[in-house]
Design a protein around this ligand. Structure first.
Ligand code: SF4
Length: 243
């Protein structure tokens, strides 16, 4: 199969034409990729995770061509974009149009991420730290903490590409002790970026992938330590304490 053919079957689910929130310091669009190698119970994109990519990649290129004087960044999200064979060719083409590229990833393909970094394909990475080792499978439905851990170590060792680490919290799956465990782990690995703790937000009462019920309580942010070597920020919490 030629690179062009592989690129043509990229499973693109759809696009968000404009965002100021998802790529730091960039005016970006989001490209949503179908399929995922995890099955997180709180996932509020079940139609993307289970869906097929029906969006024509040529339409994406045409859109990016039209918008390149308005946008300067492209976010690859999903689902999980990282594991598609056509992705490197796609990214290269997007970069030749002048766009910076951010990858949102769950981190269980360190082999591919390593190749992307070596080939200089990415400008920013957002890495989900789903859960500490003892809850990783319960949250994601895959027993692959070791692969995630390899990715986190690899990113912490390099300084070329900025990256952030983030955890989405649904309190029926994770509690304060779990977040403290993650925070200690980040400290031990020498993480120096921003750690975002994101409150799970129900999406218009649509069912989640695991059909889990609404949260009965919010995470108690006052129980969390303040890290010395990296920054802590909160998303989607009302009245979050100063980090
Ligand atoms: S929340 Fe989990 S299942 Fe949903 S897209 Fe992200 S990694 Fe995949």
């Amino acid at each position: 199969m030629s690179g062009k053919e592989k690129e043509d079957i990229l499973p693109i689910y759809g696009t968000t034409p404009f965002t100021l929130l998802d790529f730091p310091e960039r005016t970006a669009c989001i490209i949503w990729f179908s399929g995922c190698n995890m099955r997180c119970g709180y996932c509020h994109n079940p139609e993307i995770v289970k869906g097929k990519g029906l969006y024509d990649v040529e339409k994406v290129y045409a859109f990016l061509e039209r918008r390149k004087h308005v946008l300067d960044g492209v976010v690859l999200s999903g689902g999980e974009a990282s594991s598609y064979p056509g992705l490197p060719a796609f990214i290269k083409k997007v970069r030749t149009m002048g766009y910076a590229v951010k990858l949102d990833t769950n981190g269980i393909r360190p082999d591919l991420l390593d190749a992307f970094l070596k080939d200089g394909l990415l400008d920013y990475i957002a890495l989900d730290y789903k859960a500490p080792i003892d809850k990783f499978k319960a949250v994601t439905n895959v027993a692959k903490f070791g692969l995630f851990s390899d990715t986190l170590d690899m990113l912490c060792r390099q300084q070329r590409i900025p990256f952030e680490v983030r955890t989405t919290v649904h309190t029926s799956l994770l509690d304060e002790e779990d977040i403290i465990t993650i925070m200690r782990d980040l400290e031990l690995r020498g993480y120096k970026g921003i750690y975002y703790i994101q409150n799970f937000c129900a999406d218009n009462n649509r069912p989640t992938l695991g059909d889990i019920p609404a949260q009965k309580r919010l995470l108690n942010l006052n129980m969390l330590p303040r890290p010395e070597r990296y920054q802590l920020r909160f998303r989607n919490f009302t009245a979050a304490p100063a980090a």
